[in-house]
Ligand binder design. Structure first.
Ligand code: PGA
Length: 257
C-alpha cells in the first residue's frame, strides 16, 4: 500500500471557550512545533475559529470546522457555508460525524451535499463512516460503510480528495477500540469501495473512536490506518501531543528500529 503522511485530527466537539482555546492552542503550537512528518488539524466550534486562526498563524497546525451547511448561500438561518469557513482560514471540515447523523438526523443525501459544498469551496472534507453496535453484531459493517461511501459517487475529480474517517459508533467515547485485524478488514473494504465509486486519487483513511496515548501506537502501527480523529483526548495538550508522537513513529520513511 502507498505510504500516506499520517494525519491527526482533534475534534473538540461542544467543548471550550476563548480562554480554553487560547491556553490549549498555545501549548499545542509550542509542543508540536518540531513535528514535520504528521499533518495536525484542530476542528473547533465555529465561534472559536477566528481566534484559533489568529493564534495558529505561522504554526504547523491546520484549522478545521466540525460541520458545514449543505447550501452555498441564501435564506438558511443559522447555517455556515463552506466558503465562509474557507474565508476565515479553515482548510478542513468534518462531514457526516455519527453524532450529526444520529442526533441531528443527517442522512446520506445531506452528507453528500455537505461533502460537495466543502470540496467545491476547496476544503478537505473528513467524511466519517462507521457502523452502530447493532450493525457490528449483525456483521453488516461492510454494507453500512459501502452505503455511506456512496456520498463520494460522481465527485468532481478535479477537486481536492477527501479523507475518510472510519469511526465505529460503538467505539466513540466508550473506551472500546476495534482490533487491528478488524481495522485491516475495514480498510480493505473501504479501498474496494473507493475504487468502485470514486475517482479520487489518493485518499487517506484514518480511524476514530476512543484513541488514547496508551492505544495510539498499536492503532497506528499498521499500514491500514493513516492517522486518527481524536475526541476526548484532544482536550488535553499532553494526551493529544503523545498521540501525535505515536503517529510520527509510523510516518513515511521512518523505520521503527
Ligand atoms: P472519542 O471521539 O475520541 O472521544 O471517542 C472521537 C470522535 O467522535 O471523533
Amino acid at each position: 500500500m502507498v505510504c500516506n503522511q499520517p494525519l491527526i485530527v482533534a475534534n473538540w466537539k461542544l467543548h471550550g471557550d476563548t480562554g480554553f482555546a487560547a491556553r490549549l492552542l498555545g501549548q499545542l503550537k509550542l509542543r508540536l512545533a518540531a513535528v514535520e512528518d504528521v499533518d495536525v488539524v484542530v476542528c473547533l466550534p465555529f465561534v472559536l475559529l477566528p481566534l484559533a486562526h489568529e493564534l495558529l498563524d505561522d504554526s504547523n497546525i491546520a484549522l478545521g470546522a466540525q460541520h458545514v451547511s449543505d447550501q452555498g448561500e441564501g435564506a438558511y438561518t443559522g447555517e455556515v457555508s463552506a466558503r465562509m469557513l474557507k474565508d476565515i482560514g479553515c482548510d478542513y471540515v468534518i462531514v457526516g460525524h455519527s453524532e450529526r447523523r444520529h442526533l441531528y438526523h443527517e442522512d446520506d443525501q445531506s452528507v453528500a451535499r455537505r461533502l460537495a459544498q466543502a470540496r467545491t469551496a476547496g476544503l478537505i472534507a473528513i467524511l466519517c463512516v462507521g457502523e452502530t453496535l447493532a450493525h457490528h453484531k449483525a456483521g453488516t459493517t461492510d454494507k453500512v460503510i459501502a452505503t455511506q461511501l456512496k456520498a463520494l459517487d460522481e465527485m468532481d475529480v478535479d477537486l481536492v480528495d477527501p479523507v475518510i474517517a472510519y469511526e465505529p459508533v460503538w467505539a466513540i467515547g466508550t473506551g472500546q477500540v476495534p482490533s487491528t485485524g478488524q481495522l485491516a478488514d475495514v480498510r480493505a473494504s473501504i479501498q474496494v469501495q473507493l475504487e468502485k465509486s470514486c475517482a479520487c486519487r489518493r485518499v487517506r483513511v484514518i480511524y476514530g473512536g476512543s484513541i488514547t496515548p496508551e492505544n495510539a501506537l498499536e492503532l497506528f502501527g499498521t499500514d491500514d490506518i493513516d492517522g486518527g480523529l481524536v475526541g476526548g483526548a484532544s482536550l488535553d495538550s499532553d494526551r493529544f501531543c503523545r498521540i501525535v508522537r505515536a503517529a510520527e513513529s509510523r510516518a513515511c520513511g521512518v523505520t521503527n528500529a
